[in-house]
Design a protein. Structure first.
Length: 451
């Protein structure tokens, strides 16, 4: 570890020590509110157990599958049976007051020419119907993903067939005001219950590959809307859960690459820092992996907990060394201030499920138990992040095993890999992240082929 990194750790240790005493102990999960997080379902309707391994799914792009079974393959997007098994598992656990956040990406990873506007709408419609059938009395709050458009990533700044279709399909869950901004710009806000609202941000408008928004300072006026929405929520004494597809900050597996465009990342961070007292948590998807971030304010005090949830789809691109097992997540929150108390990560061991021809979804880990934490509020997440820097390595190894949702063979992460994971966890803006990784050069965010 370089002197510079040690310095960072020490500074952060100081920040942890200086943090005021934790606010109220928080309710035990038994007395907590709950919600589910599903993301990156990526249904591949072409998935079938063909004798020719190159023809199992369009999403393998001609590469031969090796472990194809009834619940999928690591080179393919989700067969419907996999998604259905995830929903059945959730259904067996869902409680009357639970709600669901669904952070986007329904269509498969296939070449643009294989899809169309109507096909994208059809996939979103099929998954919406499926969610409604499995959870008829549960409120669902969706967000748009970069694949929820045709051509992919090109989400526009004004109304179009897909935003309109989303508003129509999601009208059983959302109120008129929300449907209005959804059909206009792909974003909305809605009160979940007294005291807490969801703000669904269309982060694709800030995503590098979106050519529709290049050089725009405020695509679709979403920044102004977001700023106003957060201010009003604060005035009304409400708390906010930010839900969105593409996360803010830096990708944990790549050096110096923001998930959204750099300038938009800075802008969004400024808005979130300004209103951090109103925000009770951030929930993203897109990377398909399980990671956390801690938003620090200008004095390095932790102000927001940021969660990136792993995907339902197990797909990896042919060149990637590892993938993720299919995953769905349950959060527990304090009913008084809506702070996040815990997360329970459920997963399907895909290899095992295919061998047994049975989808045995299990609990992968309980975050507070796995890392010995009282809850997942920002100061405790910071304390964990600092602990992950320091020896022994067991806590970080556990964190990285969760990153891949306990993918077979437990890929290891040391040296550069570990440095990038840890820097992205704590440093969401360019200046601090750059200092943390010691990067000289500056790369613009570009989507990898997989995302
Ligand atoms: Zn995705």
């Amino acid at each position: 570890m370089t002197a510079q990194l040690v310095c960072f750790v020490l500074l952060l240790c100081a920040a942890v020590r200086l943090e005021a005493a934790p606010p109220g102990r928080g309710a035990e999960p038994g007395d907590a509110g709950r919600f589910w997080h599903i993301t990156d379902l990526h249904l591949d309707p072409t998935y079938h157990l063909a004798p020719d391994p190159t023809k199992v799914c369009f999403s393998s792009k001609g590469k031969p599958t090796t472990d194809a079974g009834p619940f999928g393959d690591f080179l393919c997007d989700s067969p419907y049976g996999l998604i259905q098994s995830a929903f059945m598992h959730m259904k067996s656990l869902v409680q009357p007051n639970d709600f669901i956040i669904w952070t986007g990406d329904s269509p498969p990873h296939v070449p643009v020419s294989e899809l169309s506007t109507s096909m994208v709408i059809e996939v979103i419609s099929n998954l919406t119907q499926s969610i409604r059938q499995h959870f008829p009395n549960v409120s669902v709050f969706p967000a748009m993903g970069n694949h929820d458009y045709w051509p992919q990533d090109q989400l526009p700044t004004s109304t179009n067939d897909i935003y309109k279709a989303a508003a129509r399909l999601w009208s059983p869950w959302l109120q008129d005001d929300a449907l209005k901004t959804l059909s206009r710009g792909g974003f909305y806000t809605q009160l979940v219950r007294a005291g807490v609202r969801v703000v669904s941000v269309n982060s694709i408008l800030y995503y590098g590959p979106d050519r529709a928004t290049v050089n725009m300072s405020d695509p679709a006026g979403q920044y102004e809307w977001l700023d106003d929405t957060l201010k009003k929520a604060g005035d009304d004494m409400e708390k906010v859960y930010i839900i969105s597809h593409v996360p803010l900050g830096f990708l944990p597996s790549l050096r110096n690459v923001t998930a959204i465009r750099d300038e938009h990342n800075e802008k969004l961070l400024n808005i979130f820092r300004r209103h951090s007292h109103v925000i009770a948590g951030h929930f993203y998807g897109h990377t398909h992996k399980d990671s956390i971030m801690v938003l620090l304010d200008s004095k390095d005090s932790p102000v927001n907990s940021v969660f990136v949830a792993p995907a339902v789809t197990p797909i990896r691109s042919f060149s990637e060394p590892y993938s993720n097992n299919p995953a769905v997540r349950l959060y527990f929150y304090d009913k008084r201030d809506f702070g996040i108390l815990d997360l329970w990560q459920y997963f399907l061991n895909l290899t095992e499920a295919n061998l047994e021809q049975r989808a045995n979804w299990k609990l992968e880990y309980i975050m507070t138990k796995a890392f010995g934490m009282p809850d997942l509020r920002p100061h405790n997440l910071l304390e964990l992040a600092v602990r992950l820097w320091l020896p022994p390595n067991a806590a970080f190894d556990a964190y990285f095993a969760h990153f891949t949702v306990s993918y077979d063979g437990r890929p290891s992460c040391q040296g550069e890999c570990k440095l990038l994971q840890l820097c992205s966890m704590l440093h969401l803006d360019q200046a601090r992240y750059g200092a943390c990784v010691g990067a000289q050069q500056h790369r613009h965010s570009l989507a990898s082929n997989l995302l």
